[in-house]
Design a protein around this ligand. Structure first.
Ligand code: ADP
Length: 266
């Protein structure tokens, strides 16, 4: 029916808080015998009406390497978004908690998981716009899935949405995004290269101690993030390919899946 994306509040059982983000608190819960994560959306930080339209599209996106949106509960205030529960939390903290204990083939498998989810988004002509380790989540069987796709379009805080402003994710953004806000699957590929860097640096912050302006200047000078100590040359080559100045010289996610899978066979 028209309202397939609407979740009946009677069917939703709310539990403990598991996190908090841009839009408000995240609770764990149960919906129709499934463990779920419920994002409670603070009223002043999301453009509701636009989101409700988009939620219908997002619910149709379904892939085992994407965090599934089950539906939206609009009858309750605040509005809440109901997602698949990812018991091992966000990828950045997962990496940090396991520093020194992550084997290289595990790191490669994580990058391949993300590339597979992103290849599906790419083939659905859906741009993520904020791909980073903090926006990937880890399941109870240690599978990494892509989350928060497309969501930055509904953030009302303009500190976050303008590339000139403090909260804009400049360190993950392609040059054409910083300069002209030109988002594409190829700008997602640039961000993916930074995510690979984060994985092989065990959750460290890229360009630590550098301001956004300094990052932009060094990119303009043709400089790039350095090869992580734990990354083999083959993986570093893939990262650098993602950071080609010209978007059409970067690989597609379909090609990245192929490349990373061939490295994991070695
Ligand atoms: P936002 O992107 O809205 O700022 P996040 O999606 O990063 O917020 O959520 C904040 C935190 O809540 C995450 O870091 C994670 O710990 C937790 N969280 C979010 N979604 C889920 C989920 N589906 N399953 C488990 N935990 C989640």
């Amino acid at each position: 029916s028209e309202d397939q994306w609407e979740i009946d509040p009677e069917e939703l059982i709310l539990g403990q808080q598991v996190g908090s983000g841009q839009f408000g608190l995240v609770l764990e819960g149960v919906w129709r015998d499934r463990k779920v994560a419920v994002k409670m959306v603070r009223e002043d930080c999301m453009s509701d009406e636009e989101f409700k339209e988009e939620a219908k599209i997002m619910m149709r996106l379904s892939h085992r390497k994407l965090v599934q949106l089950y539906g939206v509960c609009t009858q309750r205030s605040p509005m809440c978004l109901v997602f698949e529960l990812m018991e091992n939390g966000c990828l950045t903290s997962y990496l940090r908690e396991r520093r020194g204990r992550l084997a290289q083939d595990v790191m490669l498998a994580m990058c391949l998981d993300v590339a597979e989810g992103m290849a599906y988004l790419e083939s659905s002509n859906f741009i993520h716009r904020d791909l980073a380790a903090r926006n990937c989540l880890v399941s109870n069987n240690d599978e990494v899935k892509v989350s928060d796709f497309g969501m930055t379009r509904f953030v009302l805080d303009d500190q976050y949405t303008s590339s000139q402003c403090s909260k804009f994710p400049v360190k993950w953004s392609a040059p054409e995004v910083i300069k002209f806000c030109k988002f594409s699957s190829k700008s997602d590929v640039w961000s993916f290269g930074v995510l690979v860097w984060e994985v092989y640096n065990e959750g460290r912050i890229p360009y630590e101690n550098r301001s956004n302006l300094e990052v932009v200047e060094s990119l303009n000078a043709g400089l790039r993030l350095l090869k992580p100590r734990l990354a083999p040359d083959s993986v570093h080559t893939v990262m650098e390919w993602c950071w080609k100045e010209k978007p059409d010289e970067r690989p597609s996610f379909a090609l990245l899946v192929h490349e990373l899978a061939s490295l994991s066979d070695l």
